[in-house]
Design a binder for this molecule. Sequence first.
Ligand code: GMT
Length: 378
Amino acid sequence: MIMKLKIGITCYPTVGGSGVVATELGKLLAEKGHEIHFISSSIPFRLNKIYSNIFYHQVEVSTYSVFQYPPYDLALASKMAEVIKREKLDILHVHYAIPHAVCAILAKQMSGTSVKIVTTLHGTDITVLGYDLSLAEMIKFGIEKSDSVTAVSKALVKQTHELISPDKNIQAVYNFVDERVYRKMDSQHLREQFGIKTYEKVIIHVSNFRGVKRVQDVIEAFALITEKVDAKLLLVGDGPEMSAICRQVRNLALEDNVLFLGKQDNLEELYSISDLKLLLSEKESFGLVLLEAMACGVPCIGTNIGGIPEVIMDGETGFLCELGDTRSVAEKAVMLLKDRELHTSFSAASRELVKTRFRSDIITEQYISIYEDLLSDT
Ligand code: GMT
């Protein structure tokens, strides 16, 4: 008999891969008949339609003047405990060890129930240690006290063991995209609206413009590409590095070739007019944006770091390059953009890989079996 579960989900609700994956998972679980309770500071941005079995519980943070800092983590734990008890949750699935897993552990104790805590690591927990080693013990605690822990790539499982050595089995469960949304579509009118000439190739980069994304390498590689191929670069997203990138584009006299589109929804429309995607990050536990592009048939070039080699099959769906080697990125990009047959084959292989390795129903089933295993143990 298929168990209908009551599942709480906590994630960062703002734009970002972890929030996207958590929200999309909630929606797919709801479509399978499970009851979903999002517990977060604001409504997850991808929760853009009404479902009769998805509920949203907002965490309200007190700004009482005695508190030097608003106690978000305590407010979250308290809301989690309330929802666990009132809604009789079977599972609380949190994305990030800190603070979410730690809050969930506290909430479970407060609730006095046997709700099972599943924690998914997205990478930033681990990269944050580069800035603050004092959090290592806290992350370890969050991982070890969770009932089950997953990470979004094998590389992240390995890195977590190397950096934190938790006494816990961590299972790799890959990210996925909703292939009903991410597919090649007819959005050619956008080329004209953006002033892209018929003979120009389109390269796209999507990120939150943090330092780790190395957007400056994307610009450097693009400058080299334009020496051989007529092309436009779509830069999608915004973040701390944006001013430096604007300056770099000006200094290289690339203003006419680089389109700054800012934050955008409906990325499938932009991918559908793109010929190539670049993601040249120095840290990337998975690279969800690669998957989104590949699902729309866009080959990707990425750095050979973190989880990227698990997403891009070098020489089959795209290319891998060493960090900072913008010359090699440009050479491979030019080869791919000039060879129609190679491009068609990479594009088809990208779509196929999304279907076979990262299909949403395969990944959703993996999470469901983790939930069911935990509940059958009790
Ligand atoms: O990359 C970011 O800055 C955002 C971060 C997040 O929390 O959404 O992304 C992380 O999780 C994504 C979803 O699992 C992954 O696709 C990204 O690779 C990962 N980012 C890093 O590891 C830097």
